[in-house]
Design a protein. Structure first.
Length: 572
């Protein structure tokens, strides 16, 4: 019985070895062929995305071939005429519209075939795809089935199989009766251990070795399960933290594939997390972005560039990963930061200094000219001398006012000006401003009409003076002779409304949005004649903003120009 079992078992082993060898050859051949087809289809699609029909087709074919380790690349027009080939003279090639792979690509866009080439006389694998312009990009590479290659080492395979069979038969006869049965039982139980549904019963096995193995397998399965759960929890924590960053974050591996990307980066790149595991080309077609990533990776240098997202400026920082970090060795970390406010602040700062320098230059030039004349030997009448001295005084006062306004707005913007607030009678301040400016209004031929009521606000008195005073002064200065200034102060529920209207020139609608900018003037010539610094309304805007209020402007031919400020009574 034992000999009969061994004999039958031996026949089964021999047949199994032979069948296994043949099956493995066919499976391996099929797998390699499938992988080769997928690889060539992926490669030809990437080339189709990069193809430009307006450029030299033959040069593109040669470049594509060089970049693909010598794979032959052929470019075919929609009518079948060959316009480029990386390994042959395309001008001598016949029309390809009748080729099998071209015909297939006409209906399915992409196709792959294996046939003998009429050009090179060898068996080739062809992969072709049709571009948006109707052109066909075709790759071809020599292909030999592994089955044919296997014939060359058939004797060695037979020898190995014979030796294996002999050895297997011998070992099977010695150990099958004692070991096979419990091992098979354990093997059947392992599937349950793998998915975590069962554990091996160590005491059920007849041998101490198998008992020890069962205990270790149970322990290993438990450790693996715990480890996987820990990894999942850590992964969830990392994703949670990254997705709540204000900055965009992305991690690329050494092949420019995306390992990690957070929600903010997806938003800035107009994509989603489905790009994880894919090439950078699937995330963006911005060639400068890809070029910076490639250069930073190759040179190991940190690089920066700006991209636009909606109305924002996003600064992208490319940071190579230091060597020796395991799976992400030679990778790249990208940080994306919204720098719109920073860029705008830098622009405003440059404009501020340019405008301030320009505004200071005029009075300084006037003072310098008058002083030089007074110090010269040129005879000057007493009236002229007094006029020059008066001009020096006026320009000095103008320069002092300008500098004070510049310092005031600079402190307001930087937050350095932190005066204590108190309950302020705004009606009293408005009346004081009207009294102080009565002579200016009379001199300008302007009549002031005021309708005020009690209005108490929690603020700094000087801030309120800056707000009301600048609006009233502007209304007088930029009024027409014989015009009126209407001032209204009233309280509505928890809000205080203060408005100033005059009969001056209408501010064009396209310029109304800029009147609160520093040094901006609607009529520059008139502003200088009336002595304005160009900072009054900017100071008013900052005070209103600091009090959580709003200011609006209405300017028409019928109603004149009116500024309205609304402030909450309690700002503490």
């Amino acid at each position: 019985m034992k000999k009969s079992m061994i004999k039958k078992f031996s026949i089964v082993i021999v047949l199994a070895v032979i069948l296994s060898g043949i099956t493995n050859v066919f499976i391996f051949d099929k797998k390699l062929t499938s992988e080769k087809k997928n690889e060539m289809l992926r490669l030809v699609k990437v080339m189709a995305d990069e193809f430009n029909k307006d450029e030299d087709n033959n040069e593109q074919a040669e470049r594509f071939g060089d970049e693909s380790d010598g794979v032959r690349v052929t470019i075919v027009r929609p009518d079948g005429v060959v316009t480029g080939d990386s390994q042959a003279d395309y001008r001598k090639m016949d029309n390809h519209s009748g080729r099998e792979e071209i015909k297939k690509a006409q209906s399915s866009k992409s196709a792959i075939t294996v046939r003998k080439s009429s050009t090179v006389g060898k068996k080739l694998m062809y992969a072709v795809t049709r571009t948006e312009d109707g052109y066909y990009i075709r790759l071809s590479e020599e292909y030999n089935s592994i089955i044919l290659d296997a014939m060359s080492f058939l004797p060695a395979m037979i020898l190995v199989m014979l030796i294996s069979c002999e050895l297997a038969i011998y070992l099977a006869g010695k150990m099958s009766e004692k070991i096979a049965s419990p091992i098979l039982v354990m093997n059947e139980s392992l599937s349950g251990v793998q998915d975590g549904t069962t554990r091996l019963d160590a005491e059920s096995y007849p041998y101490d070795e198998l008992k020890d193995m069962a205990v270790k397998i149970n322990k290993l399965a438990e450790d693996v399960s715990n480890h996987i759960e820990t990894i999942k929890q850590e992964k969830d924590k990392i994703e949670y933290i990254l997705d709540r960053m204000k900055e965009g974050f992305m991690l690329l591996d050494s092949n420019s594939k995306i390992i990690i990307i957070n929600k903010r980066a997806c938003k800035y790149m107009s994509s989603d997390k489905s790009v994880v595991g894919k090439d950078l080309y699937h995330l963006t077609r911005n060639l400068q972005f890809i070029s910076y990533a490639t250069e930073s990776f190759e040179t190991g240098k940190n690089m920066r560039m700006d991209i636009e997202y909606e109305d924002k400026i996003i600064e992208v920082s490319f940071n190579p990963v230091e060597r020796g970090n395991g799976d992400i060795e030679n990778g790249l970390i990208l940080i994306m930061t919204d720098v719109s406010a920073k860029r705008n602040a830098e622009k405003l700062r440059r404009e501020f200094f340019a405008n301030a320098s320009h505004e200071l230059k005029t009075p300084i030039t006037s003072i310098k000219g008058s002083a030089e004349l007074l110090c010269s030997d040129i005879p000057i009448y007493e009236e002229q001398r007094m006029e020059m001295l008066k001009r020096i005084g006026v320009e000095s006062e103008r320069m002092t006012t300008l500098i004070e306004d510049i310092l005031m707005i600079n402190r307001l913007e930087s937050g350095e000006l932190s005066r204590e607030s108190e309950f302020v009678d705004m009606e009293k301040i408005v009346k004081e401003d009207i009294d102080e400016m009565a002579s200016m209004a009379e001199k300008a031929g302007v009549h002031i009409n005021a309708a005020t009521e009690e209005a108490v606000i929690f603020a700094n008195p000087r801030d309120i003076h800056e707000l009301t005073g600048n609006l009233i002064v502007n209304a007088i200065k930029y009024n027409e002779e014989g015009g009126s200034v209407d001032i209204v102060l009233k309280k509505q529920n928890d809000m205080i409304e203060f408005s100033v209207r005059n009969d001056g020139e209408v501010i064009p609608l396209n310029k109304q949005g800029r009147v609160f900018e520093r040094f901006y003037r609607v009529d520059k010539g008139r502003s200088r004649n009336v002595g304005g610094t160009g900072l009054g309304l900017a100071i008013v805007k900052h005070v209103v903003d600091s009090l959580n209020g709003v200011i609006t402007l209405e300017s028409t031919e019928k109603t004149g120009t009116k500024f309205t400020v609304k402030l909450p009574c309690n700002n503490n």
